[in-house]
Design a protein around this ligand. Structure first.
Ligand SMILES: O=C(O)CCC(=O)C(=O)O
Ligand SMILES: [Fe+2]
Length: 255
């Protein structure tokens, strides 16, 4: 991969715009990252109801970022994302590290308004399927009338225009980038099930043909049960959500 001009080769699906880069990092780099993440002080972890996370780069407020320097083991990755993608107008300055046990996920959501609307997610450990769902504002409305002539509008289960839910398989060491309509018109989430079905994911070929050096190890969790293609989430997944907060406050504190 040279420069940014070839980055469009990683576009998957028809919606503007999702990019899936298999083997964005090597297995050695994956191990190094995991060592650094698990080597961080326990106090760095914040426990939520259904997952743990580490926040790097500072505190994101509605009004911007109270910045903290990123450590070199993270800037090594964020600089590569900046350089290879060319999609961020300045250096990535915020990273959220999420840890998911095999029965954990993240509710469908849209990322907050403090971020520049391009997100890069690096996946480590167990593969998962990420689901994208159009916003409810994209549901078709139908005009109805009651018997006494009162008019009202109800939402249907059909989507406007060409919108529809879809999913994407995230293998370890891959990078997912999404922006444009995929960012603004869709929610993204991960189901909290041990098994994830990957029938019909938009990147099946890209995800499964680039399994890298230890493909047998990675493939072991991705199998077919009869006609259904499923991932058995047998191990922990770690993801690095890399973003840019434009508005940065003057440095008020340093750790
Ligand atoms: O873990 C992931 O892949 C997604 C995380 C995410 O959506 C977020 O941190 O906003
Ligand atoms: Fe998100």
């Amino acid at each position: 991969m040279e420069g940014t001009e070839n980055f469009n080769q990683f576009i998957v699906g028809n919606l503007p715009t999702l990019m899936y880069v298999p083997d964005f990092i090597t297995n050695t780099e994956e191990t190094e990252l995991l060592n650094n993440i698990y080597g961080a002080p326990l106090s760095k972890w914040k426990s939520l109801k259904s997952r743990r996370l580490q926040n790097w780069g500072g505190i994101v407020h509605e009004k911007g970022l109270l910045p903290q320097d990123l450590p070199p083991w993270l800037t090594k990755i964020t600089q590569r994302i900046n350089e290879k993608s060319g999609l961020f107008p300045s250096a990535i300055n915020h990273i959220l590290i999420n840890e998911y046990l095999p029965n954990q996920g993240i509710m469908p959501h849209q990322d907050g308004p403090a971020y520049f609307p391009v997100v890069a997610i690096l996946s480590l450990g167990s593969p998962v399927v990420m689901e994208f769902t159009p916003h409810s504002k994209l549901k078709k409305d139908v005009d109805e009338q009651t018997s006494n002539g009162e008019a009202f509008v109800t939402e249907t289960n059909e989507w406007k225009e060409n919108h529809h839910p879809f999913s994407i398989l995230l293998m370890p060491c891959s990078l997912l980038i999404f922006k444009d309509n995929a960012y603004s018109d869709y929610l993204h989430g991960i189901k909290d099930n041990h098994m994830h079905q990957y029938d019909g994911v938009i990147n099946e070929t890209e995800a499964l043909t680039h399994l890298g050096m230890d493909s047998s190890e990675k493939a072991v969790e991705v199998t077919r049960s009869g006609d259904t293609k499923v991932i058995h989430r047998t191990s922990t997944r770690i993801s690095l959500t890399c973003r840019l907060v434009f508005k940065v406050h003057k440095k008020l504190f340093k750790f």
